[in-house]
Design a protein. Structure first.
Length: 487
């Protein structure tokens, strides 16, 4: 883990690509740059965009090197495989080349900063082929700074090349963008990153278990830099052998298998079992908020798997996650998954003002198990239709309770909603999925109408009707809290 001088060097720096052939996961970009270098058609301004850690700054420096490298013998030309040995390559790598100027726009946003940077733009490069201006986080520049930059960009001197890097391409003015060759750096695919980290681990003499590697790559979220930094941490966290457990501890993660256990008991409607499993995970050191976040992540995972089983091809998934994920997703219906997702979002929001996270998580488990037991609107309508057709006598010998027909439930729901006046026939599905209750007509003219109708209905349906109806409507509202807004 140390370089030739014996000094410790972080892995992310040590394994930074020194030529384009070492750049991973950006094949399209590398190909385009190779072609333009070969044909000698080098743009005067580049803009590199992508999420953090995908290699924007690294690519910018590689471009600067490639444009200025003269080769070991001093006769080289523009290349995508800089020698890393000539004076230019070395100076650029050390960040002290006179003709390669770097500025971080995150800390220097003003027009004077840009003016200062561009002061020497008209002069020929001192020793290099090109004068390269690298501006990182270019979207942070002020408006007047952009204007000052634009002036130079409109007619740049031939020997000048600008390289901009940004995480927020939409914040860069179109006038700037239109003058740049744009490269979108992609997130690194998991299988590419796994291979890359594996080779680094080997070179570092560290043994990384397959599951541990999957966890690291998943946590890196497509960023090479994060991936290498996490590997670096894992190496110092362990004694040469990195297991999934070590990695989970380091990342503060809960075992995915245990989260799947929790999902299972919740959807069985087993509140006591869910509380027990939650407590066990908590006692093992898991943070309640993390558990809830992992739960929602798992709900999302199951829903996506249900839509497309190809999702399971993700190489960062463990075999257990694949088999259990497929099994669970086929058992659970979309409405149940959607409901759980909505509830978890709400619970996570509420967590910020809950006095105690474990308490809130416990309440969440109870709520989730209860909701898991509720029928979906579809099931409810089906059940009611069956009851309408087949009315059994009660065992107690009481007069049979009048069953409610689907039409009556719909009428009841329509009546409770101002939007019921719509010409279309309302139905339960429609009402339950209406996303914007606040856009409905204001309930100003409702009271009299509702009152009249209610009286009418109760005349038609004497005695027991009220109790049964209220229960049903209450369960509809419980399943769809948004409906409460318009009740
Ligand atoms: Zn060189």
């Amino acid at each position: 883990m140390s370089n030739s001088t014996g000094k410790y060097q972080v892995l992310a720096r040590k394994y930074r690509p020194t030529k384009f052939s070492e750049v991973i996961g950006q094949d399209a970009l590398v190909r385009v740059i190779e072609n333009s270098f070969k044909s000698g058609r080098i743009a005067q301004a580049f803009i590199l965009t992508g999420v953090r850690g995908v290699g924007k700054t690294t690519t910018a420096r590689l471009l600067a090197k490639g444009m200025n490298c003269i080769g070991k013998d001093g006769t080289g030309t523009v290349t995508t495989e800089p020698c890393n040995e000539c004076t230019h390559c070395i100076a650029i790598a050390n960040g002290n080349h006179m003709d390669v100027l770097e500025m971080d726009a995150a800390s220097r946003t003003g027009v004077n900063d840009i003016r200062e940077l561009l002061e020497t733009v008209q002069y020929q490069p001192n020793t290099a082929r090109y004068k390269v201006y690298i501006i990182d986080e270019v979207h942070m520049l002020s408006r007047s700074a952009f204007n000052a930059l634009l002036k130079t960009l409109e007619e740049p001197p031939e020997h000048v090349v600008f390289i901009f890097a940004t995480t927020e391409i939409r914040m860069v003015p179109v006038t700037i963008l239109s003058r740049c060759q744009r490269f979108d750096l992609r997130r690194i695919e998991p299988h590419v990153l796994i291979k890359h980290l594996q080779s680094i681990a080997e070179r570092e003499g560290a043994q990384v278990d397959e599951d541990a590697m999957k966890l690291l790559v998943r946590a890196a979220e497509g960023s090479v830099r994060d991936g290498i930094s996490l590997l670096d941490q894992a190496i110092s966290f362990s004694t040469g052998h990195i297991t999934a457990e070590v990695t989970r501890n380091m990342l503060g993660l809960v075992d995915k298998g245990r989260i799947l256990d929790l999902v299972e008991v919740i959807f069985k409607g087993d509140a006591a079992g869910a509380l027990e499993e939650l407590k066990a995970q908590y006692n093992d050191g898991a943070d309640p908020q993390t558990i809830l976040m992992d739960l929602s992540e798992t709900i999302h995972f199951l829903t996506v798997v249900k839509i497309n089983a190809k999702t399971l091809d993700d190489p960062t998934l463990s075999p257990e996650e694949k088999t259990r994920g497929l099994e669970l997703s086929s058992k659970l219906s979309f409405p149940v998954l959607h409901r759980a997702w909505q509830m978890l979002l709400k619970i996570l929001q509420e967590l910020s003002y809950s006095p105690d996270h474990i308490m809130a998580a416990e309440m969440a488990m109870i709520r989730l198990t209860h909701v898991a037991e509720l029928p979906t609107p579809h099931e409810m309508v089906k059940k009611l239709s069956i009851q309408k057709d087949d009315q059994p006598a009660t065992e107690t010998g009481d007069p049979p309770i009048e069953r409610i027909s689907v039409e009556k439930v719909q009428a009841e729901i329509k009546e409770s909603l101002p939007s019921a006046k719509s010409k279309e026939e309302g139905n339960i599905e429609k009402f339950s999925t209406d996303p914007k209750p606040e856009l409905r007509e204001p309930p100003v003219e409702k009271p009299n109408h509702t009152h009249d109708q209610k009286q009418q209905i109760s005349k038609e349906n004497p005695k027991q009707r009220g109790l049964k109806d209220n229960k049903l409507v209450a369960s509809v509202f419980e399943a769809f809290p948004e409906a409460k807004l318009v009740k």
